[in-house]
Design a protein around this ligand. Structure first.
Ligand code: TEU
Ligand code: CA
Length: 560
């Protein structure tokens, strides 16, 4: 087996709670996914990344695991999961699972034991510290608002939780804990899975002493990220994970790494270092955030996107490998964010998909992206479900007295629930997601935006994505070509070349709703002899030195 299969694959992420409900309880489940494996095959994807389906109290919708070797009751049984794996493998699709081992749930057996006493054998599976001057051990904030420490009455100490208080951080300094993780990974790999997506895996090594961060003006807590991001032993731990587990399997690994930079990513993805195949970086997803983080809205500057993507494309070229994504369960829908989800929804969704899929790296499609699902605006905060959003609203509005309308604007733009409204299968009630009451409201535009409509319409985003996926199989330049940005300063057109052996690709994408003229720079020699793909009808190859791009138009040519 060529162990670079993951370079030539397209991955589809399923957020099971919102994908398809088979038993009418309003919650997506594994049997609901089994019902849709032919839909996935038809789309042409090679790998499914399944967000967590393990036993969980769902404080963070499964990213708080209480039993790593059991399936969440609401999602079904282990037999259902084994049937899903079989159905995917039968169709030559692979399955990678979500590995969430920076933290567990506070309802995990390990934590229930650990909090019983200071000398409990499981105590050091977690990170406990006494308070300091009657306060938390340090001033770090949680990603989900408030302190990153929770006081535990029984033993009079605090435990660390970089996320919710029901997600205590695991102590990776403890070799016994690491062995527990490795044994669990082997258990899943021996069931036949094809790899892992690793949740905030660059957070698992913390700087000894857990030093205080710098508290910003007007804030109570500090970001501790420089003391837990890409920490002192992270590469050692990942190399140990390979030696102890991954080296024995032909698998794919992708590490989710908030805050990782390209220099560090070179180390994580350099095959010679035997750590990970690729990482999810976040820099392009922070370009529309102001200095105070994601809720501090700032318009995207296309030149910032060009600069960032170019840094990653050229930085990892020939060294490591890029993941390519614009959507996932934590990000707002890209057609609403960087595109235009009203007048030019179809054109801009196709343009954004083409921009991404013609880059060097492994593309990830998030459920609903292929049919152009959009962001949501619920009338009241009560209709939102995401702990990150709810805790932020409580802190900003109820504790700090900020304007609720302004906070809601931030939630409309950046809330994670934008990506978590139930998948829209058809125009029936609840978009065909459930016959019951959905756990979260379905976007009311399901009547016109749904898979059934998309599959029946040859000009849909869905059929366009099928073509994008097919093209990757047909043209090695798309997978292996290097990347060269052109027109770096143009603030409407994103144009780049790909070069591989004698073949060249020219990608020209208009990120604006104006009509713009593209001119091939004099120093670029290119003759288009094949029109590869475009999102408006009637463009064809020619020895162009320039052409006009309609609003959100993308054109891709192959040539020499
Ligand atoms: O996300 C890590 C993470 O940092 C995200 O919380 C992201 O920064 C934020 O959502 C941006 O809005 C992973 C999972 O993908 C996420 O769903 C979990 O909530 C988190 O880890 C904790 O497991
Ligand atoms: Ca269900």
């Amino acid at each position: 087996m060529d162990n670079n299969w993951w370079k030539e694959s397209v991955v589809y992420q399923i957020y099971p709670r919102s994908f398809n409900d088979s038993n009418g309880d309003g919650i997506g489940d594994i049997r609901g996914i089994i019902e849709k494996v032919d839909y996935l095959k038809e789309l042409g994807i090679d790998v499914v990344w399944l967000s967590p389906v393990y036993q969980s109290p769902n404080d963070d919708n499964g990213y708080d695991i209480s039993d790593y070797k059991a399936i969440m009751d609401e999602f079904g049984t282990m037999e259902d999961w084994e049937e899903l794996l079989e159905e995917l493998h039968q169709r030559k699709m692979k399955l990678i699972m979500d590995l969430v081992v920076n933290h567990s749930s506070d309802e995990h057996e390990w934590f229930r034991e650990a909090r019983k006493s200071k000398d409990n054998p499981y105590r050091d599976y977690y990170i406990w510290r006494p308070g300091k001057d009657g306060k938390e051990p340090n001033n770090w904030k949680s990603s989900f608002s408030g302190s990153a420490w929770e006081f535990d009455e029984k033993t009079g100490e605090y435990y660390l939780h970089l996320f919710s208080k029901k997600q205590p951080d695991l102590n990776w300094e403890n070799p016994t804990l690491r062995k527990e993780v490795y044994d669990m990974m082997k258990w899943w790999l021996n069931k036949g899975i094809d790899g892992f997506r690793m949740d905030v895996i660059n957070f698992i090594s913390k700087v000894p002493g857990l030093p205080d961060g710098e508290v910003k003006q007007g804030e109570t807590y500090a970001s501790g990220s420089k003391f837990f991001r890409d920490g002192p032993r992270i590469h050692e731990f990942l190399q140990e994970m390979n030696q102890e587990v991954l080296d024995s399997y032909d698998v794919m690994t992708v590490g989710e790494m908030p805050g990782v930079g390209v220099e560090e990513a070179k180390k994580y993805t350099d095959p010679a270092r035997n750590e990970l195949n690729m990482v999810f970086q976040f820099e392009h997803m922070d370009l529309d955030s102001g200095p105070n983080g994601k809720w501090d809205l700032k318009p995207l500057e296309l030149t910032d996107l060009k600069e960032n993507i170019t840094k990653w494309q050229t930085g990892l070229n020939g060294v490591g490998w890029n993941s390519l994504y614009l959507n996932n369960h934590d990000q707002p829908r890209i057609v609403s964010r960087f595109g235009n989800d009203t007048e030019y929804r179809v054109e801009s969704a196709k343009m954004l998909g083409t921009f991404l899929h013609m880059l060097q790296g492994t593309p990830y499609i998030y459920q609903g992206e292929e049919i152009g699902m959009t962001n949501i605006k619920f009338d009241s905060i009560e209709e939102y479900r995401d702990i990150e959003t709810l805790n932020m609203y409580k802190e900003k509005v109820e504790e700090n007295g900020e304007d609720p309308a302004k906070v809601m604007e931030s939630i409309y733009a950046k809330g994670r629930d934008n990506a978590r409204t139930p998948f829209q299968w058809n125009s029936q009630e609840h978009g065909g997601f459930t016959t019951g009451e959905p756990w979260m409201k379905v976007n009311p535009n399901y009547r016109t935006i749904n898979a059934e409509q998309a599959v029946s319409d040859e000009h849909s985003i869905y059929h366009y994505y099928r073509e994008l996926i097919r093209l990757r199989k047909e043209h090695p330049v798309i997978v292996y070509g290097d990347y060269q940005l052109i027109l770096p300063n143009d603030d409407k057109i994103y144009a780049y070349m790909r070069n591989y052996k004698e073949e060249k690709l020219l990608v020209t994408a208009n990120f604006s709703e104006e009509e713009v003229d593209f001119h091939l720079p004099e120093d670029i020699s290119f003759t288009a002899n094949e029109a590869i793909i475009g999102n408006y009808e009637g463009f064809e190859a020619g020895s162009y030195t320039g052409f006009t791009l309609k609003p959100y138009e993308v054109q891709v040519y192959k040539g020499v």
